[in-house]
Design a binder for this molecule. Structure first.
Ligand code: PLP
Length: 625
């Protein structure tokens, strides 16, 4: 458990059992039931489904929604805040139907609503949300169709709030509400001058492309006043970016927004809601720091700081405390999904032995390289490192110029890698590691080939170097003896994972177990519930993975598979890129027929080949054993 830091990043949901199995438990408390992930994998396989599988643990989503609301309720009680908290889930963070349906179901007791940023998301929300006390916050650019739908939702009694992102949207909202004779609920999105640090900082601050600046806020108020509609202006919204690691930035944002809120009330707007957007971070590496893959605060601290800042600021103006809305996506959903996958093969980094005696006839340069190998000691690591690189590069030039043989080059490369292995062993004993040695670990690592696509299942790991905790789900009572990087099955050199969570730094290799003959080795990537599913793409035509949902019974501690969704077949992914699978089959059949005519194959062989083609077209896009 310590090696992989599971108790640091697992939020209490994941742990290692005494038998070495990775267990999941969505329930807080010491004696809560746990489910072994290997049992889940076996249950999935018994149903005929192959890896990779995206596993959703429904109870975790339920727990996260409960945690969010209970933390806010505690903070409200503790600070004597006069208003209430209402959450909304931003659909963009995970749009899958099952997810949105479960959020509205689990969130019902807290009136947890939805945030929609486009027409399609609004339509999904309108068809899923049945709680009239929950908010439906509409961000994003709105055309007439969008506005009409939001107005009709108000007519049906829903709390559907249109947030003005650009000044030009306002006249359209006013006009359509007149035409349809429906009173709108209007919000405005402000640009904060507060800027946060972190990966997504650009989406906030006054450089943000979204929202109104101060003079536009005043113009909005003036226009609404002129139209006699200031009573429709209910909400102030801002979003300073996702994954805000530092609580100071969160507090600074709330403070600025509270002042603007007070200003709007003083201008005569009805108000009543303050929407702080997203930003509540996930501690992906478990370090509890303000490193951008972590956060230096707890959920309770976040809630208290937010509530306290709003209350204190508005008390100064004697303004009624508003309903606080947050649009937490990442923190609500990240823990819910786990990507399960198997390892197909491994290449070990083990250069063949170098002969003791220098072979006859080799060049001076090769002799120097072999001598370097003999000379290495703890005090000359850097010198030997530089020498080895110099000799290796010179020998490459000699080879290109035809001055040394292929065999000699092979010998030199072996010697070079032996030197690197020895240097790396020495580096491990150093107190301070010079920068130039940093890449050694991954250069000397084994490669474990994993049955998934980084581009499809962990796109942020590729696109923005997002860290996701990855570890084996079994054999955890055995000390791993290999250090590896992970390669996926796309044939893209970017299809690999070379950074792993670590409490103090980013780790370049992952400790893994030796593969055993005729035994699967399963790993899992955790905290993948936010943003990954729809951002994933079809690189190399590897499609959506199978998805399995489980719920765990708190009474019996047993899990039940409640939903299975088959991933894309080869025919599916081909049709996404405009092939017609039937036409492909017919066309391939013509190739087979010609081969029969030309007596390259027999008619019986043609049948076998066509069956293989048809099975392939119906099959899963991932490696099947
Ligand atoms: N609200 C808005 C307007 C957003 O743009 C985003 C995402 O960046 C979110 C909410 C969700 O943020 P998070 O996932 O950090 O909670």
């Amino acid at each position: 458990a310590e090696l992989y830091g599971i108790r640091n990043w697992g939020n209490g949901y994941f742990d290692v059992a005494d038998d070495g199995g990775l267990v999941v438990s969505p329930f807080p408390g010491n004696n809560a039931p746990t489910v072994n992930l290997l049992d889940v994998v076996n249950g999935i396989k018994d149903r005929g489904m192959n890896m990779p599988v995206l596993l959703r643990v429904s109870n975790i989503l339920d727990s996260q929604i409960k945690l969010l609301h209970s933390s806010f309720r505690r903070a409200i009680k503790q600070t004597g805040y006069q208003g209430v908290y209402k959450g909304v889930f931003p659909i963009k963070v995970n749009q899958q139907q099952q997810v949105i349906e479960e959020i509205t179901r689990f969130g019902r007791e807290f009136h947890h609503g939805l945030e929609a940023g486009s027409k399609a998301e609004l339509i999904a929300a309108l068809g899923t949300l049945h709680d009239r006390e929950a908010c439906l916050v509409c961000n994003g650019y709105k055309d007439e169709e969008f506005i009409d739908l939001a107005l009709y939702a108000c007519k049906l009694g829903m709390q559907c709030i249109m947030v003005v992102e650009m000044l030009s949207e306002l006249p359209a909202i006013i006009e359509r509400s007149r035409v349809l004779d429906i009173k709108p609920l209007i919000g405005i999105r402000m640009k904060l001058s507060t800027r946060a640090t972190g990966q997504w900082a650009e989406s906030g601050g006054d450089r943000s492309v979204f929202g109104l600046n101060t003079s536009e806020l005043i113009e909005t108020v003036d226009l609404l006043r002129k139209e006699g509609m200031l009573d429709c202006l209910k909400l102030l919204h801002y979003h300073i970016g996702s994954q805000i690691p530092n609580i100071r930035d969160i507090r600074a944002g709330v403070l600025e927004a509270s002042r603007v809120y007070a200003g709007l009330v003083q201008e005569g707007a009805a108000m009543g809601y303050l929407d702080l957007g997203g930003g509540l971070a996930v501690d992906y590496d478990g370090s509890h720091t303000n490193y951008h893959q972590s956060r230096n605060y707890t959920l309770d601290e976040y809630c208290v700081d937010v509530i306290d800042t709003v209350a204190e600021t508005l008390n100064g103006y004697k303004i009624e405390h508003p309903t606080i809305i947050t649009e937490s996506g990442r923190a609500t959903i990240a823990y819910y999904s786990v990507l399960l996958f198997n390892i197909l093969d491994a290449t070990r980094f083990e250069p063949p032995q170098v002969p003791e005696a220098v072979p006859d006839g080799v060049s001076e340069m090769t002799k120097d390289l072999l001598q370097t190998l003999k000379n290495i000691n703890q005090k000359n690591l850097q010198e030997c490192f530089h020498d080895a690189i110099y000799y290796r590069d010179e020998l490459r030039i000699l080879f290109k110029n035809g001055r040394i043989s292929l065999r000699e080059r092979g010998l030199a490369e072996n010697a070079f890698w032996h030197i690197m292995v020895m240097i790396n062993k020495g580096v491990k004993k150093l107190k301070y590691v010079p920068d130039e040695f940093e890449a050694l670990d991954s250069a000397l690592a084994d490669i474990y080939y994993a049955n998934f696509s980084v581009f499809q299942s962990l796109p942020d790991a590729w696109a923005i170097k997002q860290l996701f905790p990855i570890m084996p789900i079994h054999r955890l009572n055995e000390r791993p003896t290999r250090n590896a990087i992970i390669s996926d099955i796309t044939c893209d050199c970017d299809g690999k994972i070379e950074q792993f969570v670590d409490l103090h730094d980013v780790r370049k290799t992952l400790p893994l177990h030796e593969l055993r003959e005729n035994e699967e080795y399963y790993l899992a990537a955790f905290l993948v519930g936010a943003y990954q599913e729809t951002l994933g793409d079809l690189h190399n035509l590897l499609g959506d993975t199978n998805v399995v949902s489980i719920t765990i019974s708190q009474e019996s501690g047993r899990f039940e598979i409640v939903k299975e969704l088959e991933g894309d077949s080869v025919a599916d992914v081909l049709s996404y890129v405009e092939y017609n699978p039937q036409a492909l089959r017919d066309s391939f059949k013509r190739n087979a027929e010609r081969a029969v005519r030309e007596k390259l194959i027999t008619p019986a062989e043609r049948k076998v080949i066509m069956t293989a083609f048809e099975d392939g077209i119906r099959g899963y896009t991932y490696f099947e054993r």
